[in-house]
Design a protein around this ligand. Structure first.
Ligand code: KIV
Length: 260
């Protein structure tokens, strides 16, 4: 597979080199991630908030995920392509979870990610040949239980997060996303498990980092403490379209140069 990033290669990166992960939702963001040389592309169910205009990831369906996974899979070659399992597609039973994961793999995913404490599902995926990434801490599909998108694992909740991560590790995940937890707790989890940890709002001690594409390039309307904006794509794009609108209104576009 040459330079191709695979789930076992991601696992083996722990302690050797930081794992660079980003979300992508369509062929253009997928191609940009590929060109930038990231290791892992996640078709996140954050597609719900970021692209589809939902308030949370809860409404995202398997069909919606399949549509976006297919788009990214058409362009994503070197990075490992991971697909999020949307809410309601794995919580009911192990057979339901396996059927959902199989559908995502047939759409082009090379691994799946699920949120929360489901070691029995992880074991079934591993048995079925499906690499799986865990996700603990602030798991957005549980936003209604948490009462908002807030930091998790503070105080007496810390050991609960460590135990969840250990169970997932023992069940066979190739990595675990740690989202919005204190940096000291992320360091504790990282020391307690054998697989790599991939942080988002979890400090610098994780084995890798993941960020939402739109937050990194500045396409998101909101700014977040856990993200660094490397550009201001949103205001740049508004400026581009404003200039286009002015040109059309003032008959400055199209010119002969754009005509046949
Ligand atoms: O859906 C998503 O984008 C995610 C990452 C932020 C970890 O789950």
């Amino acid at each position: 597979m040459g330079d191709k990033v695979t789930a076992p290669k991601v696992r083996a990166m722990r302690g050797r080199q930081p794992i660079v992960c980003v979300t992508a939702y369509d062929a253009s963001s997928g191609a940009i991630a590929e060109e930038a040389g990231v290791d892992v592309v996640l078709v996140g169910d954050s597609v719900g908030n970021v692209v589809l205009g939902y308030e949370t990831t809860v409404p995202v369906t398997l069909d919606e995920m399949l549509h976006h996974v297919r788009a990214v899979a058409r362009v994503c070659r070197r990075p490992l392509l991971v697909a999020d399992m949307p809410f309601g597609t794995y919580q009911e039973s192990v057979p339901q979870a396996v059927a959902s994961a199989v559908a995502l793999m047939k759409a082009g995913a090379e691994a799946v990610k699920l949120e929360g404490d489901y070691p029995e599902v992880v074991e079934a995926f591993v048995r079925a040949g499906i690499p799986v990434l865990g996700h603990v801490g602030m798991t957005p599909q549980s936003v209604h239980r948490f009462g908002g998108f807030r930091v998790q694992g503070r105080g007496s909740e810390g050991p609960v997060v460590v135990d969840q991560a250990k169970r997932l590790d023992e069940a066979g995940v190739f990595g675990i996303v740690l989202e919005l937890i204190p940096a000291a707790l992320a360091a504790e989890v990282t020391a307690a498990v054998g697989c790599p940890t991939i942080g988002i709002g979890a400090g610098p001690s994780c084995d890798g980092q993941i960020q939402v594409f739109h937050d990194l390039v500045g396409l998101s309307a909101e700014t977040f403490r856990h993200a660094r904006r490397y550009g201001e794509a949103r205001s740049d794009m508004v400026a581009f379209l404003t200039r286009y609108a002015t040109d059309v209104r003032e008959a400055a576009f199209p010119t002969e140069e754009h005509s046949f």
